[in-house]
Design a protein around this ligand. Sequence first.
Ligand SMILES: CC(C)(COP(=O)(O)OP(=O)(O)OC[C@H]1O[C@@H](n2cnc3c(N)ncnc32)[C@H](O)[C@@H]1OP(=O)(O)O)[C@@H](O)C(=O)NCCC(=O)NCCS
Length: 376
Amino acid sequence: MTYAAITGWGKCMPPAVLSNEDLSTFLDTSDEWIVSRTGMKQRRISHVPGIDLATVAGRRALACAGLAAEDLDLIVHGSCTFDEQVPNSASGVQVKLGAVNAASMDVNTACTSFLYGLSAASAMVRTGAVRNALVIGVEVISPYMDWSNRNVAVLFGDGCAAVVLQPSEKEEGLLGEQLGCYADARQILRVRGAGGVYTNRGAQLGNTLWDFDGGEIFKKAVKGMALASQKVIARCGLTAESIDLVVPHQANLRIIESVAKHAGLPMDKVFLTVQQYGNMSAATVPVALVDAIEAGRVRPGSTVLMPGFGGGLTLCSHLVRWGDRVTPLAASDAELPPCTRTALELVNDIRARKGTYDASADGLLWPRFAEVDAAQ
Ligand SMILES: CC(C)(COP(=O)(O)OP(=O)(O)OC[C@H]1O[C@@H](n2cnc3c(N)ncnc32)[C@H](O)[C@@H]1OP(=O)(O)O)[C@@H](O)C(=O)NCCC(=O)NCCS
């Protein structure tokens, strides 16, 4: 039987750090509130588009696997914050990498986009539809953020990481996954309005309207990730005790602690990044995975559980068996262009561009669909 081994990994974090103190210069919030309710101390703000973060992470992951860009048959770009509406972002990464032989597709299941992309790409490698695949989790949320809304503005950050998949005859890579979606609650986490890194006439950065019921999402995230984890562990014929490492989606430290408790997973097996990166949506799990490998927490043959939750409300838990290699075959010299501004300056620039446009005053484009809209 053919498996899809993870043979390369790499991350690309924007260097500008936005602290809780920075946020409290323009929001009615405090370091004490943010740390006690979420565990977050800081997050990153990107000075480049998501495609550029993904290209650097992709180059690093390819070098780690010892592959050239031409060797790629597939690029999966997991994200919910795209630089442009059309064409897709994966094709932008493909052209920057020079991956001339690849097919390219985007996957958007919000915070779970990397993990759903990992499912899709692993299945294609396992059937033989493709050989070498690059799976990216990237998010540049800062231009989509409503920076006037303290309920959401303190929670998110930008970031990116990617993995390379290759066929293997050994039982490694993704062993199983549990996927699901609480679609009847999709309206409690919703972003509407203009976003992306390119401004259009009349559509400016940050003119988004966020519907966000944090308390309700919290409860559903705990239930969804805990149940999905229990199911995938059982389906793979394993027990909670046999999990070596948990690399969860990181929306809130208290959510992670509750998931671990409900799924019978001790916190000392959970790898945390929420303090320094916040919630990077689709980038959260792959960035944490790369950090865990670099910290020596992933060993040859390790069993790694990756629970995820996000808008939709999509949920999942992925169980991976690591292969023999936990060190890169080679390093890439790919780097981002230098960032000359502080994270607070980058955010204040987005805030200043917001102008007087009021996204909340905008209604549905086609009133005859209003009834349908209200029901969803
Ligand atoms: C958002 C979240 C941190 C709020 O924590 P919480 O413990 O539920 O917060 P509480 O309900 O106790 O407190 C809410 C109060 O804090 C206030 N508040 C919200 N954000 C705040 C901030 N950044 N600073 C200070 N106060 C804030 C609210 O206005 C509210 O005040 P009120 O009670 O006077 O109305 C938490 O619910 C959460 O993490 N939810 C899920 C996160 C999520 O959805 N992530 C994305 C999907 S994976």
